[in-house]
Design a protein around this ligand. Sequence first.
Ligand SMILES: Nc1ncnc2c1ncn2[C@@H]1O[C@H](COP(=O)(O)OP(=O)(O)OP(=O)(O)O)[C@@H](O)[C@H]1O
Ligand SMILES: [Mg+2]
Ligand SMILES: [Zn+2]
Length: 456
Amino acid sequence: MAKNTQYHCQQCGSVTPKWVGRCEACSAWNSIVEEQISSRPSLAKSAKSGRKIEFSTLEQESSKQGLVRMLSGISEFDRVTGGGIVPGSVLLIGGDPGIGKSTLLLQLACKLSHNQTQTVYITGEESADQVRLRGQRLGLKDSQIGIATATNASDIAETIRRSPELELLIIDSIQTMYLPALDSSPGTVSQVRASAQELIQAAKANDTALIFVGHVTKDGAIAGPRVLEHMVDSVLHFEGDRSHHFRILRGIKNRFGATDEIGVFEMTAAGLQQISNPSELFLAERTHEVAGTAVFAGIEGSRPLLVEIEALVAPSSLASPRRNVVGWESSRLAMLTAVLEARCGLPLSGRDIFLNVAGGMKIQEPAADLAVAAALISSVTTRPLPSRSVFFGEVALSAEIRQVSQADQRLKESEKLGFERAYLPKPRKRTNVKLGLELSYAENFSELIDILGGIS
Ligand SMILES: Nc1ncnc2c1ncn2[C@@H]1O[C@H](COP(=O)(O)OP(=O)(O)OP(=O)(O)O)[C@@H](O)[C@H]1O
Ligand SMILES: [Mg+2]
Ligand SMILES: [Zn+2]
């Protein structure tokens, strides 16, 4: 077997002929690692003996007709996967160290095995005893799942091939797996890629669903090559703030369902508990109305979610004042402050701005603009916003407030949680939903500032 040395970027997977300090493809520093690649002679030989491909049609009966998804009964998980795990599909769950990936998957495995799904859990990071201990702590000890410690991907693939009854296999984590045929060490791009490929091939042939745990680098990407994300059917991120006990499972990619759903969990001593009404939890710490806080009526996937936004505008002693954002996009804040300052004369330049989404939640919707603006205005004027009110609406560069989708749903949830007033853009057509909320319409920021009592 001929061997040659290649240099692989551990961030993006690109290959260079010689070692360089900085990857030319993704500009990462110190990410190039030397890897020994054994060229397979069979590849060269088989190159000539191609075969004609047989085609089928879209109408032909699919082998997955009437496909039955594996439902775990953990509805927060099932919703994010698009209604359960599809047999034979491959799922990748990424997340920060210690966030609770192994806990989630062990609980999931036990739930599924209670539903008569043949499930095994293979760990390359912990001993079987450690997994058992965790299982005992979570109260899962009488479950029927198989546990093993293994890191050799060829062994695992062979196990899959010889266990036709196996329906779900969990690999914790893909970065610890290796193929002995490759010389590079576990965790390197070529090992991760090759092991994943080997396991996926075996699993697809056997219609076994696979779940990979993936480590996350410090900037939040799944460690190893991007290709790993292309090889799998679904990518989920398990995220949360270490200082909070909320954990959010977010769909990033899904070949069998929508990706905008989130699942909310709470980390407790007895494991992850699902939270079916997250708004209540996110607003639970809210005691009384303070200047600089506003409640945003958001939508995550198919579900309304109310969160509190806190802003603090303070005099700055720095030449370039601080803009500190947690849970929202800082570029969005820069745009909002520019609009508020230029169009409405809100004095923000030369001041530090701190913005925080309570509970460790990350908001991605532009509909939060209005709530953030209201929090900023309230902080500048040091007047609390009207009590028991919610805000939503997207802001244009002209300071106009734009419509956002699913307004009715946002309003209904706000009413359900005891809010009495909502600030929103004027809808184009009147809603026929009967609401007990008082609605205040603002067409632009200046109107909003007027409704809130002006700047002074
Ligand atoms: N006795 C306990 N009581 C409460 N919480 C606990 C307890 N033991 C562990 N935890 C929680 O579980 C978390 C670890 O969970 P888990 O091992 O599932 O994380 P992980 O994402 O798999 O981590 P890693 O990346 O190290 O594999 C801890 O950070 C802690 O929050
Ligand atoms: Mg773990
Ligand atoms: Zn790179």
